[in-house]
Design a protein. Structure first.
Length: 182
């Protein structure tokens, strides 16, 4: 099987269901941004972090493929059975955040990205996740989007923030707090 199909050479691509759309279509932007996020999650996984964090990130990558397949489907035409997000996927992120928060200092300031490489990667992934969420919300204004997709992306960005804080502590770094000039 060849990877290249040449069907996109004129700036069009197909959704699941066969609908052809321009590559700048909001649906393509949304799932492309989810793919970008998934790549950053992979980068975080490659760092020297504990295996439990790596395992959860691998599960998150799987869920992001689920999100991507949902976004890549034409809700009007696709007959293909695709995986679904479940409420338990959202609950898992909340549970993991709650567990991490028990060992973190109280948040009293805004946190500036940085401190070390893996923490910075978490903040980049968080920002990409927020962009994906904004695109999905915009898409949902004119087309069907499973509500769980938006909620999952919202929780995932929160999870990435808390993971950044946890990894700051794991690596015995200091949080880079923002003290505004007033």
């Amino acid at each position: 099987m060849k990877i290249y199909t040449k069907t996109g050479d004129k700036g069009q691509t197909s959704l699941i269901g066969g609908t052809r759309v321009p590559k700048y279509n909001i649906r393509i932007e949304a799932y492309g941004t989810v793919d970008e996020l998934n790549s950053f999650i992979g980068l975080i996984m490659c760092q020297n972090i504990d295996s439990a964090d790596q395992q959860l990130l691998k599960e998150i990558q799987d869920r992001l493929f689920t999100v991507g397949s949902s976004l890549a489907s034409d809700p009007e035409k696709s007959k293909m059975k695709i995986p679904d997000l479940k409420d338990s996927d959202i609950a898992l992120l909340e549970e993991k955040m709650d567990a991490m928060n028990t060992s973190l200092p109280e948040l009293k300031h805004f946190i500036l990205p940085g401190g070390n490489t893996v923490v910075s990667y978490c903040h980049i992934a968080r920002c990409v996740c927020r962009r994906a969420e904004r695109l999905v919300v915009e898409l949902g204004e004119n087309s069907f989007v499973d509500e769980r997709v938006t909620v999952y992306l919202n929780r995932l960005s929160d999870y990435l923030f808390v993971l950044a804080r946890k990894l700051t502590m794991d690596f015995d770094s200091e949080e880079n707090i923002w003290i505004p000039r007033v």
